[in-house]
Design a protein around this ligand. Structure first.
Ligand code: PMP
Length: 356
């Protein structure tokens, strides 16, 4: 089968070797005589898998032996919009509003208490990241989104706060070296840099829990999930298994240091072409551009459809922009090879030549 160059924002591409290993496990998981799809979440074999995945997540984030837990839960990142507030919001939480996902997080938190938007990029349709953020000390926590998947903006440095810091890292977790210990809770849907959709990673520092007095339904309670070692109910076994394989792959690549360099190279290649090419322009302000999602438009919308078709003919998939913005979005997560970027850049050059 000829594989396409997949620039999708998520679910996104995974390394070829992971697709192969995962498909073997669907037939016969590690020679057990069972498919991974029929393997019990309480089996010894899966216990080993989830523990390995948890351990790799803590290792990659440098949070091992630092009082953090790694949970692999259901429900996607959207579930965490509600679950973080359920567990942490006593009176008021602060938010940085940088696009759709942070807006959704604010809307869900409003079910549990007061919310205060302390910085926003709404005035310029989320083309930039607010700077010099001052967080009041009378809030229970500050929530923000490290990478704005739809608008292609990314925090390069993080707010300094006295209060706990909660971060939606769905679209840039494990893509670069950062000090993860500045965050008290990090969550990310698996379907970008972790693995296939179905699992959500939560890295949580134990001492921020247990402060709210409201009763929390068991499945939504981080403390109960920690006690159950992340297997409170039937886990998304396949998603966690493939996540484990993918995190192992990341370690084999040389970890976050190596992947960051590769991601930088890929992003530079594409942004350089967007800036050079007379037919395209970037959406986000230069200094805030995302290394993961490059959002760009045609200088004239009459080229949109034409370029999409042209790219499709060249085995390029997933570059249609988000429905709220139009144009194009090329997502360059960890597993996307440099050759896919070369392909896209050449395609943009050729399209320009054919059009002029
Ligand atoms: N946050 C961010 C930054 C996202 O990119 C997404 C989805 N692309 C979500 C949250 C929502 O994730 P899910 O579909 O897993 O709920």
């Amino acid at each position: 089968m000829q594989r396409l160059h997949n620039f999708s924002a998520g679910p996104c591409t995974l390394p070829d070797e992971i697709f192969e290993k995962a498909s073997q496990a669907v037939i016969n998981f590690d020679g057990s005589g069972l498919s991974i799809l029929e393997t019990s979440h309480r089996s010894e074999a899966f216990t080993e898998v989830i523990q390995k995945a948890q351990s790799l997540a803590l290792e990659l984030s440098g949070l091992k032996n630092k009082n953090y837990y790694a949970l692999f839960l259901h429900g996607g990142a959207s579930f965490q919009f509600m679950m973080t507030a359920y567990n942490l919001l006593v009176n008021k939480a602060a938010f940085i509003e940088t696009g759709r996902w942070s807006e959704n997080a604010i809307a869900e938190a409003q079910y549990f208490g007061k919310t205060e938007i302390i910085a926003s990029s709404k005035d310029k349709n989320h083309t930039y990241i607010p700077k010099k953020i001052q967080c009041p000390s009378d809030v229970d926590y500050l929530h923000f989104t490290s990478n704005n998947t739809i608008y292609g903006t990314q925090f390069k440095s993080f707010p300094q706060t006295e209060v706990p810091l909660v971060c939606d890292m769905s679209s840039d977790i494990f893509s670069r070296q950062i000090d993860f210990s500045q965050f008290d809770l990090i969550y990310a849907g698996a379907q970008k840099n972790i693995g296939p959709a179905g699992a959500t990673l939560v890295l949580v520092k134990e001492d921020i829990l247990g402060k709210v007095t409201r009763k929390i339904p068991s499945i939504l309670d981080y403390q109960k999930q920690i006690k159950a070692k992340s297997v409170y109910n039937t886990s998304p076994v396949f998603s966690i298994y493939v996540s484990m394989l993918n995190l192992e792959w990341l370690v084999r690549q040389g970890g976050l240091k190596v992947i960051e360099k590769r991601n930088q190279e890929k992003a530079e290649m594409l942004y350089h072409e967007i800036d050079r090419n007379s037919l395209f322009k970037a959406y986000a302000k230069k200094q805030d551009r995302s290394m993961m999602n490059a959002v760009f438009t045609s200088v004239d919308s009459k080229f949109d459809e034409k370029f999409l078709n042209f790219a499709n003919q060249h085995q390029i998939s997933g570059i249609k922009g988000h429905r709220s913005l139009g144009g194009f979005r090329a997502s360059m997560y960890n597993a996307l090879g440099i050759e896919s970027l070369e392909k896209l850049v050449n395609c943009m050059k050729e399209f320009e030549k054919n059009t002029n």
